[in-house]
Design a protein. Structure first.
Length: 136
């Protein structure tokens, strides 16, 4: 149990949580636009590339649908993707794989068959501004 109180900026708390999750589980990976650039994700991804390498910190081209679709497919196969969308206003383009694949009963059955988990485990970070503030 944590006995002392700490104060962290929100972005640094997210960064610490990402480090802890990726340290604890090798199936966790970060994928999204600009995960290597503080301009896109602020300080939320600082040090991840150096600590975990390019195979687990994947900087992608602009395609919300493709990024989310790849993450949903990885989640169905048993991986634990964390998706970063640096522009929340383009999130609508990512809804197709979320609604038609991740939330689909067939996908849940396939995920259970492949990895013995229930459902499709997927975490999405939406960036509200380009100043490093983000919403999870």
């Amino acid at each position: 149990m944590l006995t002392r109180k700490r104060k962290l900026q929100y972005s640094l708390a997210v960064n610490e949580a990402l480090h802890q999750m990726m340290d604890a589980d090798e199936s966790v990976f970060l994928i999204g636009q600009g995960v290597k650039s503080p301009w896109y994700v602020g300080s939320t991804a600082v040090g991840l590339l150096e600590s975990f390498g390019a195979k687990r910190v994947i900087d992608t081209p602009v395609s919300e649908n493709a990024i989310t679709g790849a993450a949903v497919g990885a989640a169905i196969a048993g991986m634990r993707p964390i998706v970063v969308h640096p522009r929340m206003d383009f999130m609508l383009y990512a809804l197709d794989p979320i609604i038609n694949e991740a939330a689909n009963d067939t996908s849940k059955d396939l995920a259970y068959f492949l990895s013995s988990t229930f459902g499709v485990l997927l975490f999405i970070i939406l960036v509200l501004t380009h100043s490093g503030s983000s919403a999870c």
